[in-house]
Design a protein around this ligand. Structure first.
Ligand code: AMP
Ligand code: MG
Length: 329
C-alpha cells in the first residue's frame, strides 16, 4: 500500500470519507498529536487500527466527534459538571469518559462499559470529523509504544505502507495527548494528565481527583500500565538538581565516542551550556509542544538522550513529566 501525505481540501476529505466508509483508517491532525481514525460503529475497522499500530488489545480508544455532534446518542448519562467543563474547555484537549450506551462497537473500549469522547479544536480535525459525520475511534498515529507523532512526517515514518492517507495539518501545537477525565462518578477524576490541568478542572467543577495506579491493582485506565512514548535510542533521566551529574555523563559518553545529547528546557540549557542540546523552550506550553518533536529529532541525531527534568513540575508540567518518565524508562 502506498501512503500519501495530503493537504486538507475537498479532494482529500472526500477520499478520506470513502476510506472510512469502506472500513479503512485515516491519519489526521489534532491540537494534541496526530490520530489514526476509523469508524467507531465498525468492529472490523476498529480492530484494524489495533493491528496497524500493534496496540495491545486491552488498551481502549478515544472516540472523536465534531463540535455539533450530539454525544448523548453515544452515552447513557452526562453529569452536570461535565456539561460545565464542556462549556469551558471544548472543543479542546480534554477527553471525558462516560458510561457507554453500547451504540459504538465494543472493540473501541475493549469490553469496558465506558466510552471516552473528545472534541478536538484543530481546524483540520473538525473538517475531517464534519465531513465523515461519524464518531471516529482514534489512538495516536504511531507504532505502539513509540513517541507520539506531532507532524505528518512523523506519522509517515511510523506507518508508511500501512495506511493510504495522512491528512497534513502541520505541527500539532499542544504536543502531548489530551487530559483523560473519568466522568462516571460524583466528582471528575484525572486518569491521564495533559494540557487541561487539575487546577483548570477544579476551577469549573469545584473538585477534581487524580487517579494513581497502585501496585497489583487493575488499571482503571488500561493505557496507564504500558510503557509509552519511547524514542528508538537509549535514554537517561535526571532531576533538575542532578544537572551537574547529567553533564558529567554527557561528557563521559561523548569522550567515549557515543553521541549523547541533552534534552532540557531553555532555563536549564542556559545554566549547563553544553554543545549538543535538544532545547524544549521556555514556557510550559512551549515545553509540552516541543517534547515529542525533540524526542523524535533526538532519536535521529543521538545514540543517547540524557534528559534533565524541568525545575517546576506543576500544572502542564505534570503531564510533561508523566511522558518524560515513561520515555526514559
Ligand atoms: P491514546 O489513544 O494512545 O492517546 O490512548 C488513549 C488513552 O485513553 C489510554 O490511556 C486509554 O487507556 C484511555 N482510555 C480510552 N478509553 C477509555 C475508557 N473507556 N476508560 C478509561 N480510559 C480510557
Ligand atoms: Mg498513544
Amino acid at each position: 500500500m502506498q501512503t500519501r501525505i495530503l493537504a486538507i481540501d475537498e479532494n482529500s476529505l472526500n477520499l478520506s470519507k470513502q476510506i472510512i466508509l469502506h472500513g479503512g483508517a485515516v491519519a489526521f491532525p489534532t491540537e494534541t498529536v496526530y490520530g489514526l481514525g476509523a469508524n467507531a460503529f465498525d468492529t472490523n475497522a476498529v480492530e484494524n487500527v489495533f493491528k496497524i499500530k500493534g496496540r495491545p488489545n486491552d488498551n481502549p480508544l478515544i472516540v472523536h466527534v465534531h463540535k455539533n455532534y450530539d454525544i448523548s446518542t453515544l452515552v447513557s448519562y452526562v453529569p452536570e459538571y461535565s456539561k460545565k467543563l464542556a462549556k469551558a474547555y471544548l472543543p479542546g484537549p480534554l477527553t471525558m469518559v462516560y458510561k457507554s450506551c453500547g451504540k459504538v462497537s465494543g472493540a473501541v473500549s475493549c469490553g469496558l462499559d465506558t466510552l471516552a469522547i473528545r472534541i478536538p479544536s484543530h481546524e483540520g480535525a473538525q473538517k475531517f470529523l464534519k465531513h465523515v459525520n461519524l464518531p471516529i475511534a482514534a489512538p495516536s498515529a504511531n507504532i505502539s509504544k513509540h513517541v507520539s507523532p506531532v507532524t505528518a512526517e512523523h506519522v509517515f515514518s511510523d506507518l508508511n505502507g500501512r495506511i493510504e492517507v495522512i491528512l497534513d495539518g502541520g505541527k500539532c501545537e499542544g504536543g502531548i495527548e489530551s487530559t483523560v477525565l473519568d466522568c462516571t462518578g460524583d466528582i471528575p477524576v484525572i486518569l491521564r494528565s495533559g494540557l487541561i490541568t487539575r487546577e483548570m478542572i477544579a476551577k469549573i467543577a469545584g473538585e477534581c481527583g487524580e487517579y494513581v495506579l497502585k501496585d497489583g491493582e487493575k488499571a482503571r485506565s488500561p493505557g496507564m500500565k504500558y510503557k509509552h512514548y519511547s524514542p528508538d535510542c537509549k535514554t537517561m533521566l535526571f532531576n533538575f538538581d542532578e544537572r551537574d551529574k547529567a553533564v558529567e555523563e554527557y561528557s563521559k559518553f561523548n569522550n567515549d565516542g557515543i553521541s549523547a545529547y541533552i534534552l532540557c528546557d531553555n532555563k536549564t540549557a542556559k545554566l549547563i551550556n553544553v554543545e549538543k542540546i535538544l532545547n524544549l523552550g521556555e514556557t510550559e506550553c512551549e515545553i509540552a509542544s516541543n517534547l515529542y518533536f525533540k524526542l523524535r529529532e533526538g532519536e535521529k541525531k543521538a545514540q543517547l538522550i540524557i534528559a534533565i527534568a524541568p525545575e517546576n513540575q506543576d500544572g502542564v508540567m505534570v503531564g510533561v513529566m508523566n511522558r518524560l518518565t515513561k520515555a526514559c524508562k
